[in-house]
Design a protein around this ligand. Structure first.
Ligand SMILES: CC(C)(COP(=O)([O-])OP(=O)([O-])OC[C@H]1O[C@@H](n2cnc3c(N)ncnc32)[C@H](O)[C@@H]1OP(=O)([O-])[O-])[C@@H](O)C(=O)NCCC(=O)NCCSC(=O)C[C@@](C)(O)CC(=O)[O-]
Length: 302
């Protein structure tokens, strides 16, 4: 497969990046993060979740966040919704894209959304219908596509099964998610190959956590498999509350540095993203987990 000349980066830090933070992040900080990311040129920002606040308290202010952001025309603002209640919240908030999130692992499905894979798909059916009737975009995320914190190995055929169901539900995009960052390039290549036999590669996204330091290599393997959509989180923020020990998403600064170095277009201003990474890390009182981000910030300061 030829490597894509252009890539879409979905900036997931406002949702995946912040959802696991123990201290409640003030709504105005979340809003500023989203506004700064839109201004930096991301075509798609994952803004928040409409999930049970008992399960993920950090996302309890989703409606307030969506009401306060300054929308940049052309930017897609996505939100997660696991059920019809979540969809109602997403619709009222003016989301452009609704993300349903299932798993390729039964054990993770139970821990994350309290139901089996089959039950989750049945729950997503009315959500998908409502999303389509409202004229919104629908995205389906497949967690544990490269391994599960509870059951270990996950067969690529389990990922393909969920991808097929998502296609039947009308998903515009399907995310292959390495929730705990255990994937390595050969395995990623195998899973991407299996998924793209049933889904158009232009509609498949790679969502890699960097727990084992494999995320950039996994993106490179996915590029070679023709995948042109990647999720990333500024300063490497993130982690899933139901995947203990899993660290953040691949850092956006690192992904941009690699892609721009390869001559791949993203439409995103890396310099602005470096500043955002340093700003949000300062707010969270920690060093940014982006090697390129920290190196570029140090060079700027010198
Ligand atoms: C799916 C449920 C709701 C099932 O949770 P449940 O307890 O089985 O469902 P329930 O219907 O019995 O509801 C429980 C309570 O939540 C309320 N509730 C129910 N739905 C909503 C809603 N939409 N918004 C607000 N509140 C809601 C509902 O009203 C009730 O309130 P109570 O009567 O007890 O006061 C729950 O398990 C949940 O919210 N889970 C969220 C899990 C989550 O957000 N995980 C993180 C995101 S996934 C992820 O990070 C992976 C990803 C996408 O990044 C890719 C990757 O890396 O793998």
């Amino acid at each position: 497969m030829p490597t894509p000349a252009k890539v879409k980066i979905v900036e997931v830090s406002p949702r995946d990046g912040l959802q696991n933070e123990k201290q409640f992040i003030p709504t105005d900080i979340k809003v500023e993060l989203i506004n700064r990311l839109s201004q930096a040129g991301f075509q798609n920002v994952e803004a928040t979740s409409f999930v049970s606040p008992k399960w993920v308290p950090q996302m309890a202010d989703g409606a307030e966040v969506m009401a306060a952001i300054q929308r940049k025309p052309g930017t897609i603002y996505s939100v997660l919704a696991p059920n019809m209640r979540g969809f109602d919240g997403a619709l009222a908030a003016g989301a452009d894209e609704v993300v349903i999130f299932g798993a390729a692992s039964e054990a993770f499905s139970q821990k994350n959304i309290n139901c089996s894979i089959a039950e989750s798909i049945a729950r997503f059916e009315p959500v998908a219908e409502a999303v389509k009737a409202a004229g919104l975009r629908l995205r389906g995320s497949i967690s544990c596509a490269l391994g599960c914190p509870y059951q270990g190995e996950v067969d690529p055929s389990a990922v393909v099964d969920v991808a097929r169901r998502y296609l039947e539900l009308g998903c515009d995009e399907i995310d292959v998610a390495d929730t705990i960052g255990v994937g390595t390039p050969a395995r990623v290549e195998r899973v991407m190959k299996a998924v793209t036999e049933v889904v158009d590669p232009a509609r498949v996204a790679g969502h890699f956590h960097d727990t084992y330091g494999q995320a950039l290599a996994n993106i490179l393997a996915s590029l070679q498999a023709g995948i042109s959509i990647y999720h990333a989180s500024v300063a490497g923020l993130g982690g899933c509350p139901y995947a203990k020990g899993a660290t953040g998403n691949v850092a956006t600064e690192d992904v941009l540095y690699m892609l721009h170095g390869m001559g791949i277009e993203t439409g995103v201003d890396l310099d602005a993203v470096v500043d955002i990474g340093q700003w949000i890390s300062g707010h969270l009182d920690r060093k940014a987990a982006s090697r390129a981000g920290n190196a570029l910030a140090a060079r700027k300061a010198a």
